[in-house]
Write a protein that binds this ligand. Structure first.
Ligand code: APR
Length: 237
């Protein structure tokens, strides 16, 4: 049965009120990446970094899933084959929208990681500088978010999924950060049909068979209805 692999980026959560990174006024116009999203930045000023993620953690916890998140969950529930969601996002809105199989390749705001012993636990709303690890007791707690220069999570599983994908969709991502931006090439090599659903053309838009422009809360439900309609699954009333 046809497997669908979906890559999402910040654009899928934009209409839930969470900022994107590279749009006008985005997070990277407010903060320098090297200060808040690198291990060196954390070593230099852990208070600045903890504060950056504390603010995003509180904001993400208050955000609600939008129709794009819900449509992807509906696709997972109704598609006869496997639907794998690989997200670059660190918010929990895919799960809040009802999705099950979600691979957070850049980690999650809800997670905390011990830089000393690799123990992981549920992050408190506000992480302090020198947050104590509940396992080894070292003052080495950090957000369990993948920073620039660090290896994204689940890469072996992701490449296995891409090698089996019949359909690959990239939703709400600018295609400027690797390895995610190259997933479309893996999918093409596997013979997938590829589609980009985005507000603006991504940096890798020319690699896709099809592009649908517009806000994710409109383009994603329409795309899911079409896919499920092809299978005779009724669209929601
Ligand atoms: N609907 C659909 N797409 C949207 C919407 C929307 N409402 N709003 C914005 N977009 C699109 C933009 O056109 C852009 O292509 O979402 C994309 C957001 O791009 P980025 O801000 O670069 O976010 P993303 O691609 O997820 O960044 C990838 O970079 O900084 C790192 O780790 C961070 O995971 C992040 C990675």
């Amino acid at each position: 049965m046809e497997k669908i692999v979906i890559l999402t980026g910040a654009g899928v959560s934009a209409e839930s009120g969470l900022g994107t990174f590279r749009d006008e006024g985005g997070l990277w116009s407010q903060h320098r990446i090297e200060d808040v999203a690198t291990p060196e930045g954390f070593a230099r000023d852990p208070g600045l970094v903890q504060g950056f993620y504390n603010a995003r953690r509180v904001q993400a916890a208050q955000a609600l899933p939008n129709d794009a998140h819900r449509a992807l969950a509906r696709l997972q529930q109704n598609w006869p084959g496997e639907v794998v969601i690989v997200t670059q996002n660190v918010d929990g809105l895919h799960e809040a929208g009802g999705a099950s199989q979600v691979l957070h390749m850049h980690g999650t705001l809800a997670g905390a990681l011990c830089a000393s012993c690799d123990h992981r636990w549920k992050a408190p709303d506000e992480m302090k500088v020198g947050e104590l690890c509940p396992s080894c007791g070292a003052p080495s707690g950090r957000p369990d978010v993948v920073w620039f220069g660090e290896m994204p999570y689940f890469m072996d599983q992701i490449y296995d999924h891409l090698a089996e994908a019949s359909i690959f969709a990239a939703i709400g991502t600018s295609g400027q950060v690797y390895p995610a931006a190259a997933f479309v090439h893996e999918a093409i090599a596997a013979g997938s049909r590829t589609v980009e659903l985005n507000l603006d053309p991504s940096a890798v838009v020319s690699s896709f068979d099809e592009t649908r422009f517009g806000p994710a809360s409109e383009t994603v439900p329409a795309w899911v209805d079409e896919l499920l309609g092809q299978r005779g699954t009724p669209a929601p009333a």
